[in-house]
Ligand binder design. Structure first.
Ligand code: CDP
Ligand code: MG
Length: 138
């Protein structure tokens, strides 16, 4: 069973899609191993989005991600990393397939409802930013 880190971003939190998003992951067979509600600060945002530092959209991204509470979760399943990114859909909802979370709930390519890890290395790194070993029920 592979693990991945998912965030419900501030736009989806404000739009009351917490339940809808959990329902989609659970219906697709993913196991929820850990959950936490928190507000990112600039330091955590810079750790989470380290590879985006210096990009033209970085300051806007940090402003958005620190603008309100988020939910962090660890999901597990077969090929969970690729599978969850498929369930989330392409970064820009205009390009995302029908039925994906971003197609359903994202309002733009920057305010796009969810985050998911993109490789085993990022999953391990990102999970450890939000959860200690005793907070993960695997
Ligand atoms: O989230 P994902 O892995 O699909 O996309 P990314 O290319 O790794 O970018 C990370 C996040 O930065 C996106 O989900 C957007 O929230 C934001 N972003 C943005 O605001 N404008 C861009 N041109 C690219 C990314
Ligand atoms: Mg990414």
């Amino acid at each position: 069973m592979e693990k991945t880190l998912v965030l419900i971003k501030p736009d989806a939190m404000k739009a009351h899609h917490i339940g809808d998003i959990f329902k989609i992951y659970e219906e697709k067979g993913l196991e929820v191993l850990a959950v936490k509600m928190l507000q990112m600060d600039e330091k955590l945002a810079s750790q989470h989005y380290v590879e985006h530092i210096g990009r033209p959209y970085y300051d806007d991204l940090v402003g958005f991600m620190t603008s309100g509470p988020i939910i962090a979760m660890v999901l597990a399943g077969e090929d969970a990393i690729a599978n969850v990114r498929k369930i989330n859909g392409k970064t820009n909802p205009a390009d995302a397939d029908e039925g994906t979370i971003r197609k359903l709930y994202a309002s733009s390519g920057s305010r796009n409802a969810v985050h998911a890890s993109d490789s085993p290395e990022s999953a391990a790194r990102e999970i450890s930013l939000y959860f200690s070993a005793t907070e993960i029920f695997d």
